[in-house]
Design a protein around this ligand. Structure first.
Ligand code: UD1
Length: 418
């Protein structure tokens, strides 16, 4: 196992390239199962979760070749296994994204139930109910979802609550269903729009992307295409926060401000000067941090995926703030570790009350999930002394070369063996 060792209190400066979005790349790769022709995908980030998806679809018989560092060709012409084993699904919940495509194209799929997760219960009932509404027969046996359908049929289905991978799964399945499907209360995340546009470029008939209601008219088959994964808005937001807490100037090439409107407004309220261009976002922050209270919500609100990182900002702000987490019930695992570094945070069910402190101290800490580990990296960048973060496989699931990127802009970061 590897650790990150970070020496704090170095200011950051310079520019870096924002990688492709993990949460857009994963459903796009799963969507390749819908098509028997070759598809080319560009801007795929080099991440553990992407490797897990590659292992999963390769196991099913998909042929994948790399044409450059971040471009792959995926050919799902021949699929021998319509099966997603527990060993792979347990390491990445997004493996559930193969369920809709397999069932829609082959009429059968056996996919492990993802089970528990560090940040909450995370059920998949909506994925299952939606596919049943399309006529699938679904049995849950021995921890697996066994799904069958002669051909899925269009239906009307409403999500409650809004689910990102739920929307992706049903949208993909509906592309090859017979007739029209209406999905209500859909996720509006840019990653869903990226997936939908990819499906449209394969010949799918989809309307309403980015809105609450998505309409899909099923087609008989999808065809070869090429697509580009959008930049990772969560990675970009994490580096914007890094600039604020270290009082630095950073230019994030490729970051898209239109996907980050509310987070950018919040960071400006916290004292950042942010300039926006088509190809980059630049942030400068020399001021004291103003505390910013917020509530997480589905897009376009403040994403739960940056709640932990924004907590570090508030921990260092001059004054008090509160953070309400509304998406996942147990997403405060980072609080205990931040407290060990000197943060003043009190938890009252799903609300964190924070009093800013002037300095964090280094400590040995442990990453517990992907975004919690990003928060610990941020805290380490400003702590007195040397912080060691253990179990960084969590961060490698979703941040491409985080240690190299941080070193490039002046942070003192080493990756070491535990
Ligand atoms: C996706 C993202 C994840 C992000 C989350 C919320 C990917 C691969 N992952 O996760 O990074 O943190 O959106 O923005 O894109 N729910 C149900 N039943 C279901 C499905 C979900 O009750 O069948 C609930 C969940 O417990 C949660 C809420 O819906 O409370 C939102 O979860 P969802 O949007 O499904 O999260 P994911 O798609 O798993």
């Amino acid at each position: 196992m590897q650790k990150l060792r970070i020496k704090g209190r170095y200011s950051l400066n310079g520019e870096l390239n924002i990688s492709g979005s993990k949460n857009a790349a994963l459903p796009i790769m799963a969507a390749c199962l819908l098509c028997s022709e070759e598809v080319e995908i560009d801007n795929i980030p080099a991440l553990r979760d992407i490797n897990t998806m590659i292992r999963l679809i390769t196991y099913m018989g998909v042929k994948i070749s790399k044409t450059s560092d971040n471009t792959v060709k995926i050919n799902a012409h021949r699929i021998k296994e319509k099966f997603a084993p527990y060993d792979l699904v347990k390491t990445m919940r997004a493996s559930i994204l193969v369920l809709g495509p397999l069932l829609a194209r082959f009429g059968e799929a056996v996919v492990s139930l993802p089970g528990g997760c560090a940040i909450g219960a995370r059920p998949v009932n909506l994925h299952i109910e939606g596919l049943k509404a399309m006529g699938a027969e679904i049995d849950l046996k021995n921890g697996y979802i066994h799904a069958k359908a002669r051909r899925l049929k269009g239906c009307e289905f409403s999500f409650n609550p809004v689910s990102v991978t739920g929307t992706a799964n049903l949208m993909m399945a509906a592309c090859l269903a017979e007739g029209a499907t209406i999905l209500n209360n859909c996720a509006k995340e840019p990653e869903i729009v990226n997936l939908g546009e990819f499906l449209i470029s394969m010949g799918a008939k989809i309307n309403g992307l980015g809105s609450d209601h998505i309409l899909i008219e099923g087609v008989d088959k999808l065809e070869a295409t090429a697509c580009r994964v959008i930049p990772d808005r969560i990675e970009a937001a994490t580096f914007l926060i890094a600039a604020l807490i270290t009082k630095s100037n950073l230019k994030l090439n490729g970051a898209l401000a239109e996907h980050l409107r509310e987070p950018i407004n919040l960071l400006e309220e916290a004292g950042a000067s942010i300039s926006i261009a088509q190809e980059f976002i630049e942030v400068t922050s020399l001021n004291e941090i103003i505390p910013v209270s917020f509530t997480t919500s589905p897009y376009p609100g403040i994403p739960t995926d940056i709640q932990a990182q924004l907590m570090v900002l508030n921990v260092l702000a001059q004054g008090e703030s509160s953070i309400e987490e509304t998406i996942f019930e147990n997403r405060f695992m980072h609080v205990l570790e931040l407290q060990r570094m000197g943060a003043n945070i009190k938890l009252q069910s799903n609300i964190a009350k924070i009093k800013g402190v002037s300095q964090l101290q280094s400590a040995q800490v442990m990453a517990t999930d992907l975004r919690a580990s990003a928060a610990l990296v941020l805290a380490a960048l400003v702590a007195n002394g040397e912080t060691e973060i253990d179990r960084i496989y969590h961060i490698d699931r979703g941040y491409e070369n985080i240690d190299k990127k941080l070193s490039l802009i002046g942070a003192q970061v080493e990756r070491i063996e535990s």
